[in-house]
Design a protein around this ligand. Structure first.
Ligand code: 5AD
Ligand code: SF4
Length: 445
């Protein structure tokens, strides 16, 4: 028998949900496969795909396509497509790419060892992309020996019920399913018991956590309080929130919980009420501004970030000007901004008043240029201030140069000749503002 350890290569595209799913898959296969970052060594390749925007999908397909030549020279290599593209295209992937062996939807990743075993036994392609109404996210204790030593993501729910008209997520990730609070708590306790100091609760729309469950189930603010109370959770974050479900109870958490980080990622998508309506976002800009005001009242130094889509069908100059105005009003610390792309079967694909590519590109450039200036202006406001950071690690390029993060999640670079453990928290004085980061010196204890 051949005992040579098998090697697993995972390529992850897209969001933090996918990053976490990739970690879970690596752990599920750990008995049989060791991770490798070298495709030439891989006995199994998982391409964990994302389909949220056209570009992400193209990248995933181009890697899947490139694997054809690997399979030719190494026919025993197992190739799996997982994630949102896999869910969306199901067994169509096999006809387009005959070298793919497994197509697994996001709900079925926990079945990976069983499906891989079946594939090896029967040598027959497997498509596992059916949604099940009775699906329950299983209890799962993360492997402490792989991954970052100081911070982790914890999935609290999957899927989305919102059907924003541009968005493919509800189709490829299914309806909202909240994980049992007891399982989440057990996972966080396990993490902190092994030295993890920062936890980010993850879901497509964390604000509606628990709404899909009947009976005794905490809402998101209650869950947040329970997790914050776990001894050892030095920093707590969450992502992502839809403003339509942002409650006063959640805002109150920012006033009450010291370990809840001063960062709120609150995707607005557009500054125009007309566009928000067509996007089916179910809030107005007035309501959004009110929420931000309340948040800033609860936590004056909160770092506000957002997602913006430019060039949504029907977006005229006035609508876009409203987005620019919102940026000026709120002065987001940073934003992720995207050109609208049509994602069938999302409803906006039927909208015929599409915007020309050059206009979309020009608007994106305008937005990003202004955001870049505002980010730098914001960073300048911190110069001279004392801020608490958590150590991330030493720079790969320069010994003695270290990187940490503020509670607002901003990157802070500083020099240190000491060997610092990731997760260590201390104060620094900000000395310089850069576009993507801050520079600082350590303050003597
Ligand atoms: N086109 C462009 N951006 C999109 N997003 C989601 N769907 C699309 C689309 N069809 C963006 C939104 C969302 C982020 C994760 O991706 O801004 O908040
Ligand atoms: Fe997509 Fe809207 Fe759900 Fe976010 S809230 S995942 S944008 S449908």
């Amino acid at each position: 028998m051949n005992h040579k350890p098998q090697k697993l290569y995972i390529a992850t595209f897209g969001c933090q949900m996918n990053d976490r799913d990739s970690e879970i898959m690596a752990q599920l296969l750990a008995d049989d496969y060791q991770p490798t970052s070298d495709l030439d060594q891989a006995d199994m390749v998982i391409v964990n795909t994302c389909s949220i925007r056209a570009k992400a999908e193209q990248k995933a397909f181009s890697l899947l396509g490139a694997l054809r030549k690997y399979k030719k020279t190494r026919p025993k290599m197992i190739i799996a497509a997982t994630g949102c593209v896999a869910q969306q295209d199901g067994n169509k992937i096999f006809s387009r790419m005959n070298h793919v062996d497994l197509v697994i939807g996001p709900q079925s990743i926990y079945r990976l060892p069983e499906l891989t075993g079946k594939l090896k036994e029967k040598r027959k392609k497997i498509d596992c992309t059916k949604f099940s109404k009775s699906f329950v996210i299983p209890p799962f204790l993360p492997d402490i020996n792989s991954g970052l030593p100081h911070k982790r993501f914890v999935t609290i729910m999957q899927g989305c019920n919102n059907y924003c008209t541009y968005c493919i997520v509800p189709y490829v990730r299914g309806r909202e399913i909240s994980r049992l609070a007891a399982d989440i708590i057990a996972e966080v306790k396990h993490l902190v018991a092994h030295g993890i100091r920062e936890v980010t609760l993850l879901g497509q729309n964390v604000n509606s956590y628990g709404n899909d469950q009947k009976g005794e189930f905490p809402g998101f603010p209650q869950l947040l309080r329970q997790v914050a109370a776990i001894k050892g959770v030095e920093r707590l974050r969450f992502t992502t929130s839809n403003p339509k479900d942002l409650s006063d109870e959640l805002i109150a958490c920012f006033a009450d919980l010291d370990n809840l980080c001063s960062h709120f990622h609150l995707p607005v998508q557009s500054g125009s009420n007309l566009i928000l309506k067509r996007m089916n976002r179910k809030y107005t800009i007035e309501k959004y501004l009110e929420q931000v005001e309340k948040l800033r009242r609860a936590r004056a130094d909160i770092v506000l970030t957002t997602d913006i889509i430019v060039g949504f069908p029907g977006e005229n100059e006035d609508d876009f000007a409203a987005t620019m105005k919102l940026l000026e009003t709120l002065r987001y610390h940073s934003s992720f901004s995207f050109i609208y792309s049509s994602r069938p079967p999302a409803r906006s694909c039927e909208f015929t008043d599409t915007i020309a590519e050059e206009i979309k590109k020009e608007r994106l450039a305008r937005y990003q240029a202004r955001q870049k200036e505002i980010t730098l202006e914001r960073h300048h406001e911190y110069v001279g201030r004392i801020m608490e950071i958590m150590v991330e690690g030493e720079s790969r390029n320069r010994t003695g140069q270290w990187c940490g993060r503020t509670t607002g999640n901003q990157i802070v670079n500083f020099d240190s000749q000491e060997n610092l453990a990731p997760g260590l928290i201390f104060e620094v004085k900000i000395t310089e503002a850069c576009f993507n980061s801050l520079r600082a010196v350590r303050v003597a204890d």
